[in-house]
Design a protein around this ligand. Structure first.
Ligand code: F3S
Length: 428
């Protein structure tokens, strides 16, 4: 790998042992990927805090949080003192919502350890945004900006909708990037890696959040980790896909497959035309998406569900926007969540404070629901006690909860989910 003098100096210890470990990690990682160089980044989103009992015990046995960061973030058996970050760095979602520890099954001891860990991360200069949707709360990279982000739903949004450049990184590589402002220069950092490979023609209008979730799920299942280009997205007033729709689309495509970038012709920034999205090449394969594909996908996502009595409704995967909270609050106004059902809605903390000020939290809580932050059921592996059947408006969460927790999952629109929360039943 070609290293600049600056990078060699960091590797050789000029800036202390933690930076040297970080550079060593990035060089090993980049060489494994056949990257020719590192690229500068000033925008990193990763996981910094220690929230598991295992890490708590490790910290106690090995001498504190620097030991956790050295081992789990820098792959260093030697404990190094962790300096302040150099890159603008954001902490993503946690393993639980610290404001609802009882619901998440979190002990007081774990909560206290988490608070110490969060304070340590903040002292390092990391922004504690605690969400899978950094682009909702002030971290909005510009077109062409090189980033180092974790979290598949955030990565596909950054690449496709914002035109930023990032691969799906991990805890270790993002931590090393925070200390060095570097990440291996390969994949979606390069022009070549961003060009379309597979083409889709739409035969039906894809309009609602549910439509976009279904389409994304179908698409990811087909193209896996390739770059799809979609032609035929209906535009016009109120019809161009907005943030919630593109958020659900990318999250679904990166769950059924590993899509890290898509192009919507005439909508996303690197697809002014079909030809431009493919860089003048021909698609490897072309398919059409119509009513038959939509119906088959809906049946597939709902394949685990047979029991219409719903115990739990979870909304907010990826974390809800303020618009989605507003919509949910309107649907709940004057109603009550059924006695045999629970409703949890997840959003970033910054958006929850807006919802608090707007009165939406009060409306949701008056109906018997909860507005929660920092995590989600899949991430926390936490659902209300006794849950067997869940209803969701997220194809991503419907993909994971049956697999992770063995639940039956109904997938549908937000309206259907709120109806299920208030009646305790899915459908008629
Ligand atoms: Fe976010 Fe959890 Fe979904 S972390 S993308 S809400 S699986």
């Amino acid at each position: 790998m070609n290293l600049s003098d600056e990078e060699k100096a960091m590797r050789d210890g000029r800036d202390g042992p933690a930076v040297a470990r970080a550079m060593d990690l990035l060089i090993r990682y980049g060489e494994a990927l056949d990257a020719q160089s590192l690229v500068e980044t000033r925008n990193v989103c990763g996981t910094v805090t220690a929230t598991t009992p295992f890490m708590r015990d490790f910290a106690q046995a090995q001498g504190g949080l620097d030991a956790v960061f050295s081992e789990f973030n820098l792959d260093s058996a030697e404990v190094v003192a962790v300096p302040k970050v150099r890159a603008f760095s954001s902490h993503l979602q946690l393993g639980f919502d610290p404001h609802h520890p009882a619901e998440m099954g979190i002990s007081e001891q774990t909560l206290q350890f988490y608070r110490q860990s969060e304070a340590a991360a903040a002292r390092m200069g990391v922004q504690m945004i605690n969400t899978c949707t950094p682009y909702q709360v002030g971290n909005v990279p510009t077109r062409g900006e090189h980033c180092a982000w974790m979290e598949s739903s955030a990565v596909v949004y950054a690449n496709s909708v914002l035109g930023a450049r990032t691969n799906t990184e991990g805890r270790e590589s993002t931590s090393a990037a925070m200390l060095t402002c570097r990440i291996p220069n390969w994949g979606f950092h390069l022009d070549e890696g961003r060009l379309g490979t597979h083409g889709v023609e739409l035969d039906i209008a894809v309009e609602s959040v549910e439509d976009w979730g279904l389409f994304g799920y179908w698409l990811g299942d087909w193209v896996q980790d390739r770059v799809p280009v979609v032609r035929g997205v209906v535009r016009g007033v109120g019809r161009a896909p907005n943030l919630p729709r593109l958020k659900h689309f990318g999250a679904a495509a990166s769950s059924s497959g590993g899509v890290e970038m898509f192009h919507l012709v005439g909508v996303t920034p690197e697809a002014p035309s079909w030809e431009a999205a493919f860089g003048g090449r021909s698609p490897i394969e072309l398919r059409r998406y119509g009513a038959r594909e939509r119906q088959a996908t809906l049946e597939r996502i709902n394949a685990t569900a047979t029991d219409r009595q719903v115990d739990y409704v979870m909304l907010g995967c990826p974390h809800y926007t303020i618009e989605q909270i507003w919509e949910a609050a309107q649907l709940l106004e004057g109603r009550r969540v059924h006695a045999n059902c629970a409703l949890w809605i997840f959003t970033p903390r910054a958006i929850k404070s807006l919802a608090d000020r707007n009165g939406y939290t009060q409306t949701i809580e008056a109906a018997g629901g909860k507005l929660m932050t920092d995590s989600c059921s899949a991430m926390s592996r936490a659902v209300p006690p006794g849950t067997k059947v869940v209803a969701l408006d997220s194809a991503k969460q419907a993909h994971y909860l049956p697999a992770i927790l063995g639940l039956q999952a109904w997938f549908g629109s937000t309206e259907q989910c709120i109806e299920a929360a208030c009646t305790g039943r899915w459908g008629s």
